[in-house]
Design a protein around this ligand. Structure first.
Ligand SMILES: NC(=O)c1ccc[n+]([C@@H]2O[C@H](COP(=O)([O-])OP(=O)(O)OC[C@H]3O[C@@H](n4cnc5c(N)ncnc54)[C@H](O)[C@@H]3O)[C@@H](O)[C@H]2O)c1
Length: 352
């Protein structure tokens, strides 16, 4: 088992290893000692793991109330969020109780936001079951739901009390969901470390999942520690996301988050090469690595179709928008551009 300790406004451990799900109850009991817990999971994850986690919590003498909802990004909205809060209220979850988010980033973001806001904030534990949630969304304290007008438009910063990544759960993850997690791992390598990038080229992530998760979480920890509230260099974690979020939203979420991020990273890198900001070799290696992990690199929409979603991105500031642009593998920089030139960047990135 590996452990990454995070020191943000709250200190907590991220534990990574096989079989951790069987330890949820005892670990939560000894760390937080809640009388009751709201266990939130989507329908697919609940069917696979919900009952055993619930039993495990009950065996640790934690009264466990469950809330399930239809899987997928379409559920990450105010309606599901409200239903979860109403259930917490009806089932008498109190301020000393906790929320356990069991599942991928959709569950973690939405249940985390419920924990952040219910009775002005109660503690929560993340039990991520997708690679994407283990390497990224369960760590760092960004919680949110989507509005019709854009992704993650309403939420809060709220760090979990504990993150338990049971790598055994990756065995049931569908391949395209596994690939989505690989996209976020490749993002860390692009912004942070050529050595890590080379390692991903040479050895499949699936053969070194525990190490790759710990390395990725360690990289995210450093950004979160320096810039917990996203006013400075935490923006680098958004490499590929400005175009990626727009692509995901334009597809009605039939394109998955990680797939959108992969396309977004490829497109912004093509634009950077066109502008002479990085060498063509960077684009060639990134595209090859994305393909190696079964991720898409071409954007199936036009710039006209994406522009309004991209402009409502949270990285917009007044009349400008900030883009994270690669300089070389392992290093990016932030370009602040006028909003009206975003379409030109998209076209230079091969978006028609
Ligand atoms: N908060 C953050 O910092 C942050 C960072 C990155 C992404 N995100 C958010 O995360 C979300 C994407 O997360 P995701 O990719 O985990 O999506 P997800 O939560 O929708 O999970 C993907 C799918 O996999 C299924 N699933 C989950 N675990 C499984 C398992 N072990 N076996 C079989 N099926 C399983 C789910 O039912 C779902 O259908 C997006 O909403 C994105 O905005 C947040």
């Amino acid at each position: 088992m590996k452990k990454v300790h995070i020191d943000a406004s709250k200190s907590y451990d991220v534990l990574i290893g096989a079989g951790l799900m069987r330890e949820v109850g005892p670990r939560v009991k000894s760390l937080l000692d809640p009388a009751a817990c709201m266990l939130a999971a989507d329908d697919r994850v609940y069917e696979l793991y919900g009952e055993s986690v619930s039993r495990n919590l009950e065996n640790a003498k934690i009264r466990t109330v469950t809330f399930t909802f239809p899987h997928g990004e379409q559920s990450k909205n105010l309606t599901t969020y409200k239903a979860l809060l109403e259930t917490m209220c009806e089932r008498q979850i109190t301020r000393t109780d906790i929320v356990v988010a069991l599942g991928g980033g959709v569950t973690g973001d939405m249940a985390g936001f419920a924990a952040a806001s219910y009775q002005r904030g109660i503690r929560f534990v993340q039990v991520p079951t997708t690679l994407l949630a283990m390497v990224d969304s369960s760590v760092g304290g960004k919680t949110a739901v989507d509005l019709d007008g854009g992704k993650n438009m309403v939420g809060a910063f709220c760090q979990p009390s504990l993150v338990l990544c049971d790598t055994d759960t990756l065995e049931t993850l569908p391949p395209e969901e596994y690939a989505c997690g690989c996209a976020e791992v490749i993002k860390y390598a692009m912004i942070e470390s050529e050595d890590f990038f080379r390692n991903l080229e040479e050895k499949p992530i699936s053969e070194q999942a525990e190490e790759v998760i710990a390395t990725s979480v360690g990289m995210k920890r450093d950004y979160v520690t320096r810039d917990e509230f996203d006013t400075g260099d935490r923006i680098f974690l958004n490499f590929g996301h400005t175009f990626g979020h727009a692509i995901e939203a334009r597809s009605g979420f039939s394109i998955l988050h990680g797939q959108g991020v992969a396309m977004g990273m490829a497109a912004i890198t093509r634009a950077a090469v066109k502008r002479g900001l990085c060498a063509p070799e960077v684009e060639a290696r990134l595209t090859a690595l994305l393909k190696q992990y079964a991720l898409p690199t071409e954007v199936p929409y036009t710039a006209d179709e994406l522009i309004s979603a991209a402009l409502s991105d949270k990285k917009a500031r007044g009349e400008t928008i900030r883009l994270v642009v690669p300089e070389k593998i392992g290093r990016c920089r932030v370009e602040t551009i006028p909003k009206e030139s975003l379409k030109t960047w998209m076209r230079e990135g091969g978006i028609a």
